[in-house]
Design a protein around this ligand. Structure first.
Ligand code: ATP
Length: 306
């Protein structure tokens, strides 16, 4: 029996290794693919950020020429302020973050950081100046420590731990038998969406970029996780030029300005109170979300008492 089992076991091992290898290669190609479309200009210079202002000047964009996604978007995030972009699903919110990071180039208009067009600077320097906490974080198949330190490889152990504390993930990490040395990713501990996002926030806190893009998770998180993530995000956004791509409205109440996107255009803009007073699309979205939240809460309470 053992004679058959050993080779089968070995084949299983080889299969798993090859499959994992393929996953890594796939991820690598995805990254390369995104970079391959966009090239640095021959005379591109590193970006210089002294006053981190982010500006969209009449930005037009499409993925396919027969369907315009952004139809002339103008806004400015002043240094140290937080602007939130909200709007119905598919309105083009995440597309805005992709244009800042230059995964794609605008078709018309420009995206500027501190007066420099993102197309004129090196992508390497742009990605150092801009920190992105994406919707879905892909973790490296390595330790939690490695995944956080990736934000700034020369950070001290103390700084890594402080970043984890600010991101509200250190209690969780310390509760694991191997703590910061726990292997995560495909081959290790599978983290929940909320935990992965907090690792990404810790990484970004360590990187400490002058400009920050927070692309919120679309999926509904439970209230406790959402509150923990919110306070982690508040810690990282403090005094930093921040653009929040908000798929839920609860997180935008304190933004300096809220931009409401509809059909590729800015339909409304203002702060939370001002937009509620306008009684337009934002007010509608806000009331609808409150109803959904209240229904969810009633359901949760009913389940608890059942
Ligand atoms: P949600 O809140 O649902 O995440 P969103 O407002 O962030 O939506 P985007 O992700 O910016 O929306 O997408 C805007 C539109 O562009 C959508 O209709 C989407 O189908 C389309 N789109 C997004 N990425 C691509 C792509 N790579 N190729 C073609 N179309 C795309």
């Amino acid at each position: 029996m053992m004679q058959i089992y050993r080779p089968l076991n070995f084949i299983g091992f080889v299969y798993r290794e090859i499959r994992q290898g393929l996953t890594d290669i796939e991820q690598m190609f995805q990254l390369l693919d995104q970079d391959a479309e966009i090239e640095d200009k021959p005379n591109a210079k590193p970006i210089k950020v002294t006053g981190p202002v982010l500006k969209f000047n009449n930005v037009k964009f499409h993925y396919d020429s027969n369907r315009e996604i952004l139809k002339g978007i103008d806004f400015e995030v002043p240094a140290g302020k937080t602007i939130a972009v909200v709007g119905p699903s598919g309105a083009g919110k995440s597309t805005i973050s992709r244009l800042i990071y230059r995964f794609y180039d605008v078709i018309e208009g420009s995206v500027e950081i501190d007066g420099q067009d993102v197309r004129d600077v090196t992508q390497k320097s742009l990605r150092t100046a801009v920190g992105m906490v994406p919707q879905d974080t892909v973790l490296f198949n390595d330790t939690i420590e490695y995944n956080i330190r990736y934000g700034r490889p020369d950070a001290s152990d103390e700084e890594v731990r402080e970043a984890a504390r600010l991101a509200q993930i250190s209690d969780f990490i310390e509760s694991l038998p191997d703590g910061f040395n726990t292997q995560v990713g495909e081959r290790g501990l599978k983290l929940s969406g909320g935990e992965k996002q907090r690792v990404a926030i810790a990484r970004t806190i360590l990187k400490s970029p002058p400009i920050l893009i927070l692309d919120e998770a679309t999926s509904a998180l439970d209230t406790q996780t959402e509150q923990e993530i919110q306070s982690a995000l508040d810690a990282v956004a403090q005094d930093r030029t921040t653009l929040v791509i908000a798929h839920r409205l609860s997180t935008v109440v304190n933004a300096d300005e809220i931009i409401v996107l509809r059909d590729g255009k800015i339909a409304e803009r203002g702060n939370h109170e001002g937009l509620l007073a306008q009684d337009g699309l934002y007010a509608q979205m806000w009331n609808r979300q409150r109803e959904v939240d209240e229904a969810g809460e009633r359901l949760r309470k009913a389940r608890e008492t059942a």
